[in-house]
Write a protein that binds this ligand. Structure first.
Ligand SMILES: NC(=O)c1ccc[n+]([C@@H]2O[C@H](COP(=O)([O-])OP(=O)(O)OC[C@H]3O[C@@H](n4cnc5c(N)ncnc54)[C@H](OP(=O)(O)O)[C@@H]3O)[C@@H](O)[C@H]2O)c1
Length: 327
């Protein structure tokens, strides 16, 4: 089979398409012939060596869609240890989701890893209630654009999206957000209070960390929650360092606010929860309330270029790899 393999950490050029033997399925695993593999921001950080060390050589990619060889069923698979940028994966059956006919492969790919993350951040960690004011960082991104649509579907009001360029802000407006903010434009806490009628937001979904997350805490209403789903390495547009932040319980108590985190692993490891969330997302998709925007589908040999585009922050929505196409 063909796969984009990395034999050392480094820039996008470390991803090289090679022939590899097909994986051997273990107990509880099935071979899946992949059609599309998702690219996630974490893949870039793993490739750079900024995130969870890899044992090399490695194949990146944590979400794929394809056909299970055993029964020909169309499935989406979440791969906790990577391996997705390849024509064949050995999928854990308990991490595979059977796809209903109405969900196309590209939509399924958008809705599983990133859709479940958006759901988990809003509904499980964030405990969103209808009528609450919600703000989402990187709102045009793979997770972010689904979080905006889900917040609307679950009755949040206002729904506020943050995005760094005019084009991305326009997209977030088209998704239905009530307000769209440029996080680099002045004090974010003040912007959040202004956009929520002076109260502050009830829920802030943070994927950047650093100064933006600290300002977002200032922009929470009493009983408001900040949910962290990750953070960037490096600097944001204002030149401030991103990364995880330290929060004192005293600061939380003083303002009756809370911080929580969400990690997909805890959904993937709970089969019932994973299937329940996937069913809910597929149902919203059927009703037209949740659409994964596909930014681009690149050939397997172009996956490095997809990483470059994501790192340059020019992608909006889901980035996919057609693993059966080479240029
Ligand atoms: N917790 C989990 O289980 C889980 C699962 C999946 C993803 N995630 C996290 O969710 C976040 C979004 O992931 P994604 O795959 O959907 O990526 P993405 O949102 O499509 O891309 C990342 C976006 O982050 C923003 N950003 C802010 N500061 C940045 C910086 N210094 N460098 C680069 N980008 C910066 C950019 O949007 P702007 O230009 O608009 O600021 C960029 O487009 C990531 O933090 C990822 O780690 C977490």
């Amino acid at each position: 089979m063909r796969a984009a393999v990395m034999r050392r950490v480094g820039g996008p050029d470390v991803l090289v398409v090679e022939d590899l033997p097909e994986p051997l399925p273990g107990v509880g695993q099935s071979l899946v012939d992949v059609t599309l593999a998702g690219v996630n921001f974490d893949d870039l950080e793993r490739r750079n060596g900024d995130h969870q060390p890899l044992s090399l050589p490695a194949v990146l990619g944590v979400d794929v869609v394809g056909r299970r060889r055993r029964d020909g069923r169309r499935v989406a698979v979440l791969l906790r240890d990577g391996g997705g940028y390849a024509q064949v994966v050995a999928a854990e059956d308990r991490h595979s989701i059977d796809l209903p006919d109405h969900v196309e492969d590209d939509q399924a790919s958008g809705l599983t890893e990133q859709g479940c993350t958006a759901y988990g951040a809003l509904m499980l960690a964030g405990r969103l209630r209808p009528g609450e004011a919600v703000a989402v960082s990187a709102a045009a991104g793979g997770v972010g654009h689904l979080a905006i649509q889900l917040a609307l579907a679950y009755g949040a009001n206002p729904v506020i999206g943050l995005a760094s360029t005019a084009a991305k802000r326009e997209l977030v407006t088209e998704l239905g957000a009530h307000r769209v903010l440029d996080p680099a434009h002045g004090d974010l806490g003040e912007q959040l209070r202004e956009a929520s009628g002076g109260r502050g937001v009830d829920l802030f979904i943070d994927s950047v960390g650093g100064a933006a997350a600290r300002s977002a805490l200032d922009g929470l209403a009493p009983f408001g929650r900040l949910v962290s789903i990750g953070w960037r390495a490096g600097d944001d547009r204002s030149g401030d360092r991103c990364g995880p932040i330290q929060v004192s319980t005293e600061a939380l108590t003083d303002r009756s606010i809370g911080c929580a985190g969400f990690w997909m692993r805890h959904v993937v490891e709970d089969r019932q929860l994973l299937c329940r969330i996937a069913d809910e997302l597929f149902d919203l998709s059927k009703r037209g309330q949740l659409v994964a925007r596909i930014d681009r589908i690149v050939a397997l040999t172009e996956v490095g270029q997809a990483h470059v585009a994501m790192a340059a922050r020019v992608t909006a929505g889901k980035v996919l790899v057609d693993v059966n196409r080479e240029r």
